[in-house]
Design a protein around this ligand. Structure first.
Ligand code: DAH
Length: 351
């Protein structure tokens, strides 16, 4: 009699669990059969009054059934939360294959914070210089890194036998193509594309087959500048470069222009600033001279105007070119150019 009740209870419990559609419904089933006032408890209460020969067998069967139903309940719960085997977890869970594979997914947990990246110091310098010159009215131009000899040398008045054309100073590819060794190429491209007045800067990568050491890399960055108009003088060049240096390095910086030579400018100058690291007192960065060279500059050579078809009698202009790595190193007192390209976050994250 009691045995039949137990067998019937088992099959009803299984049916009920199979029909349960939510975790809440499973919980109802659990309480109904296994709870303090549940069906199994009811049966167990009746066991003491059974005849002694049945008592122990019924007790065992009831206990057995209790375990069986709890297993079934846990099994049914797993249909909803496959990774959770906690019988106290009553939270209904969404079923989703991706989540099944990875285990449970708790929408209420805070997100994992991803570390922020930031802009490389070289790009920061380029951005800053672009912003300074745009305030002085200069547009930004770009040119290709894979270049023709014409733009890198011929149109820039570089004679055919100039040493910078040798293949130990320039990377050549087939078909007279090369990797540009200076951003001065963009002067020519811009002058051919536009008419004066021109005010532009051209940032970008340049390539040279130099042996890599603390001061040289086979790829580095330059910013070229060009201004062409009627009546432009060396004074305008000095004004533009002095304004730039004071904004970039600080108002107390001093500048000096030393006569020099570049094929595309006449006259040409190399420009030094007073060392910003030691306040011109003398240090390793300025080789104890108090001065550091920051750029080359000059008045555009009439031959360059001729190459792009401008009337050299009507127009004059100035040009300059600076090394971005060098400017960045001077500003922060960095003594090895290779640090910029090694991708070592201990270095990069300081900027
Ligand atoms: N192109 C030169 C270099 O790579 C730098 C330079 C010097 C650019 C004088 C200029 C300039 O425009 O006028 O060394």
């Amino acid at each position: 009699m009691m045995q039949e009740r137990l067998v019937a209870l088992r099959s009803r419990a299984k049916d009920d669990l199979a029909k349960a559609k939510t975790l809440n419904e499973i919980e109802y089933v659990r309480v109904h059969y296994l709870g303090r006032k549940g069906a199994i408890k009811e049966i167990m209460k009746a066991i003491p009054s059974l005849p002694p020969e049945e008592k122990s067998m019924m007790g065992k069967m009831a206990n057995q059934l209790k375990l069986e139903i709890s297993d079934e309940v846990e099994g049914a719960k797993k249909r909803f939360s496959p990774s959770s085997d906690s019988s106290t977890d009553k939270t209904p869970r969404l079923k989703n294959n991706a989540q099944d594979a990875k285990g449970s997914f708790d929408l209420s947990l805070p997100g994992k914070r991803q570390p922020y990246g930031h802009i490389h110091p070289i790009t920061q310098t380029i951005n800053e210089i672009k912003s300074i010159f745009s305030k002085l009215g200069f547009a930004v131009e770009y040119g290709p890194e894979l270049e023709q000899e014409y733009y890198n040398f011929d149109a820039l008045n570089v004679p055919p036998d100039h040493p910078s054309r040798e293949d130990f100073d320039t990377f050549y590819l087939d078909n007279k193509l090369l990797l540009r060794s200076q951003t001065s190429t963009v002067q020519i491209r811009t002058m051919k594309k536009r008419r004066p007045p021109i005010r532009m800067i051209a940032p970008g990568k340049v390539y040279r087959p130099d042996t890599v050491d603390a001061r040289h890399a086979s790829m580095f960055h330059q910013i070229e500048g060009l201004l062409v108009d009627e009546g432009v003088s060396f004074q305008d060049l000095k004004y533009a470069l002095t304004s730039f240096s004071k904004i970039y390095f600080g108002q107390d910086i001093k500048m000096r222009f030393r006569p020099s030579f570049f094929p595309f400018t006449e006259p040409s100058a190399e420009v030094d600033i007073s060392c910003s690291i030691c306040n011109a007192k003398g240090c390793r960065v300025c080789s104890h001279s108090g001065w550091v060279e920051v750029l080359g500059a000059g008045m555009v050579d009439p031959n360059v105007f001729e190459a792009v078809g401008y009337d050299a009698e009507k127009y004059t202009g100035f040009a300059f070119g600076m090394g971005v790595e060098r400017l960045t190193m001077l500003r922060y007192g960095i003594d090895d150019i290779r640090l910029f390209f090694e991708n070592d976050l201990r270095f990069l994250s300081q900027f």
